[in-house]
Ligand binder design. Sequence first.
Ligand SMILES: Nc1nc2c(ncn2[C@@H]2O[C@H](COP(=O)(O)OP(=O)(O)OP(=O)(O)O)[C@@H](O)[C@H]2O)c(=O)[nH]1
Ligand SMILES: [Mg+2]
Length: 396
Amino acid sequence: MKGKAAEADDSFYRVPASVLPDSGEQLSLLLRHPDQPDNSKILKVAIIGAPNAGKSTFSNQLLGRKVFAVSKKVHTTRSRALGVLTEDDTQIILLDTPGLTTASKVKRVTCERTLCFPRHQLEKSLLVDPWNTVKEADQIVVMVDVADRWMCNSLDFEVLKCLAQHPDIPAVLVLNKVDLMKAKDRLLHIAAELTCGVVNGRRLEVRPVIKPPWAKKSPERDSELSLDEDNAGHEDSAEPNSVLSKEQMKVLRSQRGWPHFKDVFMVSSVDPEDVETLKNYFLVAAKPGPWQYHSEVLTDQSPEEVCTNIIREKLLEYLPQEVPYSVTQTIELWQNGENGELDVTVKLYVKKDTHMKMVIGTAGQTVARIAREAGEDLSRVYLREVKLKLSVKLRK
Ligand SMILES: Nc1nc2c(ncn2[C@@H]2O[C@H](COP(=O)(O)OP(=O)(O)OP(=O)(O)O)[C@@H](O)[C@H]2O)c(=O)[nH]1
Ligand SMILES: [Mg+2]
């Protein structure tokens, strides 16, 4: 049973939907009429933020399956993709986006991580795609990596521009990776900076929280942001036009944060409890309306796209610096095996002899590891055994 609650041992559990390994069947599923109840609700959530903020990690955790590639290198996600979570009468559509960026920003960010690669290697989708995604959304989530000291003191300018272009779509700020932050009190300052001290039209006030002895939560988060109703912030400064004037751009450039967030969350996307909190927020925010997809849909990606993205994830994870960004892939075989498994063969094309050696690794260990781990991940997405073979070829 996919995507719906199933009963076992008198308790309810939810089996997340999966991706069908046959692209024709997956496409039919995407086109299938939504099986919504009469009181159906829907919320389209666009997750935006700088590269590496944890957008895909969060989306996977929320969906309950890994359908988006995740890696410690920037630009893991290359084009917008969609995840679908259907629970009871509500459908949440998650729009996972590439890190919002500009060509110059990419150069700077990647160089900071000693990952310099020429501008021309950037796919166009990284620069233009996210903007289209956001205008479809009912809710914007701005994700910030609080463990990245370069990025967390001010909102990425591209993010600010995006928010200013869509002032009518409610936005929340999510401070992610709090598990990596030792000095947790810094979180409050980051939140104050990134919201210009105003959330939901009210000025922020930092109050110590006195917890009852039975409270379970970590003592490190023993303070909270509360809202002071009397000190109302100015809600009327957002510009309703979608194209920003020179003047607006000038104002934005002087801003570090956005004073129109509806809420602020501090989470670790690798902590299921934290992600559950946001899921409940989305479920409450969902509005009556028809579902967009059948409840068995998990993502709009084709099975082949999921496969190449997961292989790319492993390349990014195990190959140094700029090497993985220049590897291209071709699927050579995709067929059902004799015992119900899925046989997939993918050719990896590299541009240099030195890259070839790195991809193959000593005694073929690197490519074997990539094939094994990607195969395991894909087995969990397609719900069947995947035998993945990788070969490497030089193509200058
Ligand atoms: N410790 C910790 N690591 C996290 C958390 N969220 C994400 N990460 C890690 O951060 C890295 C980047 O995560 P991604 O989900 O790929 O980030 P992204 O925002 O989708 O990145 P792009 O697709 O490149 O824009 C990965 O190594 C994740 O495992 C978190 O809450 N805590
Ligand atoms: Mg991503």
